[in-house]
Write a protein that binds this ligand. Sequence first.
Ligand code: FE2
Length: 293
Amino acid sequence: MKILELGYAVVGATDIEKWRSFATDVLGMMAIDTPEGGLHLKMDGRQFRFLIQKSDTDRLFSSAWQVVDADALAEAKDELKTAGVMVIEPTDEERKVRYVQDFFSFVDPAGNRQEIFWGPISDFKRFVSPIGVSGFVTEGMGLGHVVLPALETFDATDSFWTRTMGFGLSDILRVPLGMTPSGSSRIFFYHCNPRQHSMALAEMPSPSGCIHVMVEVNSIDEVGRALDRVHQHQVPMLMGLGRHVNDEMISFYVFTPGMFALEYGWGGLVKDWTEHQVFETTSPSHWGHRLGG
Ligand SMILES: [Fe+2]
């Protein structure tokens, strides 16, 4: 299977207005009402990159992966069925709000809901941030990355994402969290395009279905300005400013209304994978990323 990018994310929300103000006032994205009572969060030429939909729980509902065309979608479906994965066909309502030609859903071995789609539909109106963010880095690399939980089924889930989904392993991180018999938890980072990682699996639980989602802005000053807005709006922080070892991103982490964290960063590596060697790090960051901010 050839996945092009993380196309969009679907988020379940008990309070749509909380997401509207978080997305516009703090992140600087555009929030557009959907006819179904949810929100499209726009951060580039696409109609949306986050779909916020009314739900009785706050969580990441699904991560959506783009393939090139209808044939690729059919092939992906066949590959999943061959691997014994149950494919879930969408309703007309679900199809309408996603602005894609076609998509289907399934659940990975760790229970994380995924979608595969082709042919995003957009009016291609330019992104105009309500608070002046100059732009997000998405071209050819997708909305950013998602880090998904895989505690008890880590090995099977890793094998599914590499063998069936066709992702490449970028690097490995081991953190002493005391959640596994060995005491350390693995985080495997995977790529499907020049972004150093578009997906990661973490050997830890997450009731909100997601450890964090990352979005990347186009200058370090946009990270600094976002940090000012985080303090101004008193948004709780998971981790302060720091620079990651693996993708070299300078970023900070805040809690979203979705009960998962969002990493807001700049300067992520753009990789040529032909020369890549998989490596393991025992520390996530060169500096910073202090818990609590
Ligand atoms: Fe991250």
